[in-house]
Design a protein around this ligand. Structure first.
Ligand SMILES: Cc1ncc(COP(=O)(O)O)c(C=O)c1O
Length: 471
């Protein structure tokens, strides 16, 4: 391994990491031998590891580096804010300039009357904060039993206690406690490819009605006086890029209104350009939620930031003192951190100045089409998504769509082959997901498609050798 810009060799860092760094979603069974891949440099669409190998980053770090890596003006903005005023207390009536300006900008970009911003340090904490506010909102209205939150199987909402309980990828909760089970429940994912029993042969419209009925039945079962909110990603991300049937979000929102529930749109992935809009709830799905959760692309991952953006209707209730002298008693040391907010303002300026939303509107359909051109491959199941958010699911046979067993680890094999060819994708179950930086061009889309074809062909050979599929 080559050395890097610190005083340590890459080998030393690899060992320190292995001994001391607890990584999120780490597979400890292989970590002890393999350790971590160290990514040392990043520029534009590419990252470089400690051995000097370059990779095309088709996942924008982790759905977040939307403007691409290594922008000088982001570094300059962050540096200038650190020197000018790195931090001061945001509690009570104290504020800072970038935090205030960004809140006004977010209110301008968010749909309708979503005019009030509660800042956090990431997506999970924004979800947790939103749920606390929803409960507080109902307490303020005297509806103290309205506490139930309905989420969906396969949803991903984060890793803090409540966000993890809302998450519907249930295997992630094995051996963890579920303290919020009494007020969190899950309904079916809107999953066109793997439909629940009884919904296999429905048309898209009928399937949508099926899901909306399931939601309404759950509300009736829980009791109208007990239901507080529904939380959903516009397109499920970590659950495998699942696109709901047409009209689904609008219909679910109508049910929320019918039962005096709030609709929380978790746009941690789908905001800041990934679907060609700053926010997708209204612009893409024709629905105005009561709360939008955002993070990741808000600062393109240059520095941590998240936010829950709240409607004036909800704000007007939570802004009433709950008792004489009562405060809104929640918040973080780093709420509205000036450096993070300055970075987010610069990030938005770059997205606007470089017309990145228009660019995504054009290149997004090309990306989706090119990946669908892999459908002749024997294990191609389905390519789905929208714009620069894509999932590609693999099966044992592209005609029958028979599933591959989990132990075949098809997505991990493809990930390994892609890595050898200089491409980073993300494996999830039998699906690979891609979410490249918004600056991607047609040539890079073509390169991703070619490298994927080669990696999938190499994987097919391995699967034949190991007896998972026939030649
Ligand atoms: C939809 C969604 N919500 C919430 C989160 C949690 O965000 P964070 O990891 O910043 O806490 C994620 C993270 O991937 C996400 O995809």
């Amino acid at each position: 391994m080559t050395s890097n810009s610190t005083n340590y060799s890459a080998k030393q860092i690899w060992e320190m990491d292995k001994k001391h760094f607890i990584h999120p979603y780490n597979d400890f069974s292989t970590f002890a031998d393999e350790g971590s891949q160290i990514i040392s440099k990043a520029e534009g669409m590419y990252v470089t590891d400690a051995d000097g190998r370059s990779y095309l980053d088709a996942i924008a770090g982790l759905w977040c580096v939307n403007i691409g890596h290594g922008r000088q003006e982001m570094a300059d903005t962050i540096s200038a804010q650190v020197l000018n005023m790195a931090y001061y207390n945001p509690f009570g009536h104290c504020t800072n300039e970038p935090g205030s300006i960004l809140a006004a900008k977010l209110a301008e970009l968010a749909p309708g009357d979503l005019n009030h911003v509660f800042y956090t340090c990431g997506g999970s904490t924004a979800v947790d904060s939103a749920i606390r506010l929803v409960h507080f909102y109902n307490n303020q209205r005297g509806k103290t039993n309205k506490k139930q939150i309905i989420s969906r199987n396969n949803a991903y909402h984060g890793s803090t206690y409540v966000a993890a309980n809302l998450t519907g990828i249930h295997a992630t909760k094995n051996s963890f406690d579920r303290i919020a089970d009494s007020w969190i429940s899950h309904i079916s994912a809107a999953d066109m490819f793997h439909r629940p029993a009884g919904a296999e042969d429905l048309t898209e419209t009928q399937y949508c009605d099926f899901l909306v009925n399931e939601f309404e039945n759950r509300i009736i079962q829980l009791g109208e006086d007990n239901v507080a909110a529904f939380i959903a990603e516009p397109i499920m991300g970590a659950g495998g890029v699942l696109v709901a049937p047409d009209g689904y979000h609008k219909a679910m929102h109508a049910i929320c209104q019918k039962y005096d529930m709030l609709y929380i749109a978790d746009e941690v992935v789908t905001s800041f350009g990934r679907l060609g809009q700053f926010f997708s709830s209204e612009a893409v799905f024709d629905m105005q939620p009561d709360i939008i959760i955002t993070a990741k692309g808000i600062s393109s991952g240059y520095i941590p930031l998240g936010a829950a953006i709240i409607s004036s209707r909800v704000y007007d209730v939570i802004a009433q003192p709950q008792c004489e002298g009562g405060l809104l008693s929640m918040g973080y040391t780093y709420t509205g951190h000036p450096v993070a907010c300055a970075a987010a303002l610069k990030n938005i300026e770059i997205i606007e100045r470089e017309n990145l939303l228009e660019h995504v509107q054009q290149i997004g359909p090309y990306f989706q089409e090119k990946i669908k051109s892999l459908s002749d491959l024997k294990i191609f199941g389905e390519a789905r998504g929208s714009h620069l958010m894509l999932g590609l699911e693999f099966v044992a046979d592209n005609q029958s769509k028979a599933p591959l067993p989990a132990e075949a680890k098809v997505a991990n094999r493809i990930f390994d082959h892609c890595g050898k060819l200089g491409l980073i994708i993300r494996p999830i179950g039998n699906t690979i997901v891609m979410s490249p930086p918004l600056i991607i061009d047609k040539e890079q889309v073509d390169t991703i498609t070619e490298l994927l074809r080669e990696s999938i062909n190499n994987t097919i050979r391995d699967l034949v050798t190991d007896g998972y599929i026939s030649a």
